[in-house]
Write a protein that binds this ligand. Structure first.
Ligand SMILES: C=C(O[C@@H]1C=C(C(=O)O)C=C[C@H]1O)C(=O)O
Ligand SMILES: [Mg+2]
Length: 469
């Protein structure tokens, strides 16, 4: 595809170079174009040769925003401590300071954008499993395709140095033309086979659940979410684009996310929004309480009805609603919380679901909201600090980015973060799948174990491990 608007780009680029020279400092130059439709996944795939290890992908369940990034011009990682959200926000502001933009402005999820995530718990010492990700990791992409309400945009970002020359601009034009030329259908390959599956210490996990139930009965602990890992071996290295494609087909009600880092890739299909900010409108999702899908419509409706009236699941859910309502209430002027949960149904599972919305106060940035919300009792527990200690001490896995905020924020202050559940860390021929459950007073270790089995299914299926289930 030929790129038009070259004159505008050249003018914008010149303006940025002049500014960089004038203030004698590197600055960010960003251009946004409206382009002919290209599927973001095709674009993601096109970046494989040049930008493997530094790509990302995102799609929300309403398909309002799909983004794919290829190449990074900046990678931001801050210290793993309780100030990590604030520090990340400050780094982001600094990066955008004095920046020059050209082309189309004011469209959410276009222009300079940060994509990435935080680990579940900055206090958990990190093992080798997550060493490519660290405690937090965000990219400012070099090239990004965003499909926003059906319109396709291409963002190109460059850091301009006072000493740069115009040849760089020619290189940029050439590179992005290559990325947009891609026709992926021809290069489609199937998923490798699963040759081994190991449930890491399943019996010990059940014992930990039993211990937590006792603790809930005898102390002020109300809820704790305990997770476990399934380790798969694959016949060949899995390619993230094929997994993403399958997740998009099989899990259309979920957020599809993928973040590459070096040779590793964290991806999944999560139904759980942590927070979305559009202007000053704020949305969050309370999701907790689970049951399987029925084989017939009738059985499915019956199971849904059972979930909506089951006291154990309603309590598990209510803890999340109270906490999220409180946290958002402290940073929003008005919030609206439905009285009763609804059902959210995915291919393998149905959940209790309460959407919460509000209007953020002026100072409530998306990073502040993440800080207030994470971890909700859907992934941590209640009271939060006590649950975190139990998770840290008893879980046999390192959660890393699992169950933690993953998403994007743009230069206009919009953004959306989901929690990275129904997810896997892919490392060449190895994949670690994660699943957890909210443990409350009336939990039963065996049924919670079965619940984690269902929660492994979206990723197992995307990796070809479930047949047609
Ligand atoms: C922790 C997970 O899911 C969470 C736990 C749920 C539950 O216990 O009912 C439901 C939705 C999620 O908030 C997971 O999928 O790994
Ligand atoms: Mg549950």
């Amino acid at each position: 595809m030929a790129i038009s608007y070259e004159t505008e780009l050249a003018e914008g680029w010149n303006k940025a170079l002049q500014k960089a020279k004038k203030i004698n400092k590197k600055i960010l130059f960003s251009e946004v174009l409206k382009i002919a439709p290209i599927a973001p996944l095709t674009f993601y795939h096109a970046g494989k040769d040049m930008y493997s290890g530094e790509r990302f992908f995102w799609q929300d369940p309403n398909k309002e925003i799909t983004i794919a990034g290829a190449g990074k011009i900046e990678k931001i990682q801050v210290n793993p401590d309780s100030s990590r959200y604030e520090n990340m926000e400050n780094e982001w502001k600094e990066l955008m300071q004095d920046g020059v933009k050209c082309g189309i402005l004011d469209i959410a999820a276009t222009g300079p954008l940060l994509f990435g995530g935080f680990s579940f718990d900055p206090e958990k010492s990190s093992s080798a499993l997550w060493d490519q990700f660290g405690d937090n990791l965000f990219y400012l992409p070099k090239y990004m395709v965003s499909v926003i309400n059906g319109e396709t945009y291409l963002t190109s970002n460059v850091i301009c140095s006072p000493e740069d020359r115009v040849d760089l601009y020619i290189k940029l034009l050439h590179e992005r033309e290559l990325l947009l030329k891609e026709n992926w259908e021809t290069g489609f390959s199937a998923c490798p086979e699963i040759t081994g599956a190991e449930e890491v210490e399943a019996e010990q996990w059940k014992r930990a659940v039993a211990n937590s139930i006792k603790e809930i009965k005898s102390t002020e602990l109300d809820k704790v979410v305990l997770a476990r890992e399934m380790r798969l071996t694959l016949s060949e290295s899995a390619s993230s684009e094929v997994i993403i494609k399958t997740l998009m087909e099989e899990q259309p009600e979920s957020f599809i996310f993928c973040l590459e880092s070096g040779s590793d890739c964290f991806l999944g299909a999560t139904p759980e929004r942590l927070v979305k900010k559009t202007g000053n409108e704020v949305f969050s999702t309370c999701l907790a309480g689970s049951i399987i899908r029925g084989k017939t419509n009738e059985e499915d409706a019956q199971l849904g009805e059972e979930l909506l009236t089951d006291e154990k699941n309603l309590l598990e859910h209510q803890y999340v609603v109270s906490m999220i309502a409180g946290a958002l209430g402290s940073i929003c002027d008005e919030i609206s919380v439905p009285e009763k949960p609804l059902l959210l149904k995915m291919r393998h599972i149905q959940h209790l679901y309460t959407p919460v919305s509000g209007f953020g106060k002026k100072e409530a940035t998306i990073f502040k909201m993440i800080e207030k919300l994470h971890p909700t009792p859907a992934l941590g527990g209640l009271p939060k600090d006590k649950a975190m200690v139990i998770i840290r001490e008893t879980e046999l896995l390192e959660r890393g980015f699992y169950a933690a905020p993953i998403g994007w924020t743009d230069g206009y202050g919009n953004g959306e973060f989901a929690v990275g559940i129904r997810s896997a860390l892919i490392q060449g021929k190895n994949a670690s799948l994660f699943a957890g459950c909210g443990i409350v007073e009336h939990s039963n270790p065996e049924s919670e174990y079965q619940e984690t089995m269902i929660k492994f299914k979206p990723m197992l299926s995307a990796l070809g491990g479930l047949g047609n289930e």
